[in-house]
Design a protein around this ligand. Structure first.
Ligand code: CMP
Length: 136
């Protein structure tokens, strides 16, 4: 039975700034994820705060919002078989130090904050996050 899902991926400011967008896109494409929509944008701190509001009680919330709004990001809708879990596998652990070899965060992440990529953690959140960036 097929399980085609959509998920949201963000290439964060540290990776966009180092011109890693194309290299990261290739990792998704090689793993049979289609990029069905994408755009490069620079969001405000208020928009970042709205996007990351699930983390608002966490001590790192303010820094996280400052960081995501510090420069351009590249947002994508990824589509494919088990896309939510596959994207998370390709990204690797949140902290690049703990990420498996050849994952995006291991290859390119600098720190737990500058970890190069964000991906939705569930199908439900993917819908909310896709709608946040790609309202039609
Ligand atoms: P992301 O997947 O974008 O979701 C929230 C982000 O918060 C996470 O990646 C990290 O970049 C950042 N972050 C900073 N500190 C922590 C922490 N202690 N635990 C989890 N995420 C953190």
């Amino acid at each position: 039975m097929s399980n085609i899902e959509q998920t949201l991926s963000i290439i964060k400011p540290d990776a966009v700034e180092r011109n890693l967008t194309e290299d990261i896109k290739k990792i998704f494409i090689k793993s049979n994820l289609k990029i069905t929509n994408s755009k490069k944008i620079h969001i405000s701190k208020e928009e970042a705060a709205e996007f990351y509001k699930v983390h608002q009680a966490r001590p790192f919330y303010n820094d996280l919002c400052t960081y995501l709004s510090s420069g351009p990001i590249f947002v994508m809708i990824l589509e494919g078989e088990g896309a939510v879990a596959l994207n998370r596998k390709l990204m690797g652990a949140t902290n690049p130090k703990d990420a498996e070899p050849n994952t995006i965060r291991k290859l390119y992440g600098i720190s737990i904050d500058k970890n190069s990529a964000h991906g939705s953690d569930s199908v439900e959140n993917a819908k909310i996050e896709i709608n946040f960036f790609f309202k039609d």
